[in-house]
Design a protein around this ligand. Structure first.
Ligand SMILES: O=C1O[C@H](COP(=O)(O)O)[C@@H](O)[C@H](O)[C@H]1O
Length: 253
């Protein structure tokens, strides 16, 4: 049975979080791609979710990864047209993937609003794409790592406090309606699909996240109750081997 590690790793600033997380990511991918087997990771948007890829693009360690083995998935997306600057994928493509070393076929972008008529259709298509890469008996590939952000309200991916989607208990991809953070229409993996990850690394920065992060840490050593989960969806994310909170000091009390 692999060790199950949880740790909060504080850094002086947001820039340090991005820099250290990028180095950690590149070392992991360098190790994992040595044998030539595919490695699946799930990534996110938001400020640090994008900043990490800017640091990746500047790191000499980028050369140590066999990127042809790396498959990239998104745990959520804002349901907007292709090329919209607010799309999570657009932001990280600009930061690293445009003209980068990852083969286009390995970049599994969630469908846009000019490709699908609703977020529900885009979600179903993404679930099918995940299933095409699934291990036997599962609905998705096993993620070696999920990189996650957390909103000031405690949301993760596009699973928001009080919303119906955080209660879903099957690994799946869903169309999200009425998101309190714009845009209202989104696509998100459910928590059980996110949690089918060996490692989960939360990237957190900003004073405005102190309250939500305190609530997350209060649930860190237990399975959160249904009420705690609905109040703070980020409190339910757990890697099977490792859950790290890579956090700048201003998010800590
Ligand atoms: O809307 C979203 O927000 C979260 C957190 O963003 P941040 O800028 O506060 O770090 C992000 O993780 C998620 O993917 C995104 O869709």
């Amino acid at each position: 049975m692999p060790e199950n590690r949880t740790a909060v790793i504080p850094y002086p600033t947001k820039d340090f979080v991005a820099q250290a997380s990028a180095a950690r990511l590149l070392l992991l991918l360098g190790d994992r791609t040595v044998g030539g087997d595919p490695v699946h990771i799930s990534i996110t948007g938001g400020s640090l979710g994008t900043a990490i890829w800017e640091k990746v693009s500047q790191s000499p360690l980028v050369e140590t990864v066999d990127w042809s083995c790396v498959h990239v998935w998104w745990s959520d997306e804002r349901f907007l047209p292709t090329g919209d600057a607010e799309r999570n994928a657009h932001q990280v493509f600009e930061a690293f993937f445009d003209n980068g070393p990852v083969p286009a076929a390995n970049l599994h972008v969630i469908g846009a609003s000019d490709q699908y008529s609703t977020q529900h259709e885009a979600a179903r298509a993404y679930a099918r794409e995940l299933a095409d890469f699934a291990e036997h008996g599962h609905r998705a590939p096993r993620f070696a790592l999920s990189l996650l952000g957390m909103g000031p309200d405690g949301h993760l991916a596009s699973l928001f406090p009080g919303g119906p989607d955080i209660r879903l208990d099957e690994p799946d991809v869903v169309g999200v309606e009425n998101s309190p953070k714009p845009p209202p229409d989104r696509v998100s993996m459910t928590l059980p699909m996110i949690n089918a990850s060996d490692r989960i690394w939360f990237l957190v920065s900003g004073e405005d996240k102190q309250d939500a992060f305190r609530r997350v840490l209060s649930q860190r050593d237990r399975q959160p109750s249904a009420d705690a989960l609905v109040e703070t969806p980020a409190s339910g994310a757990r890697g099977t081997e490792e859950t790290l909170y890579l956090v700048s000091r201003d998010s800590l009390d």
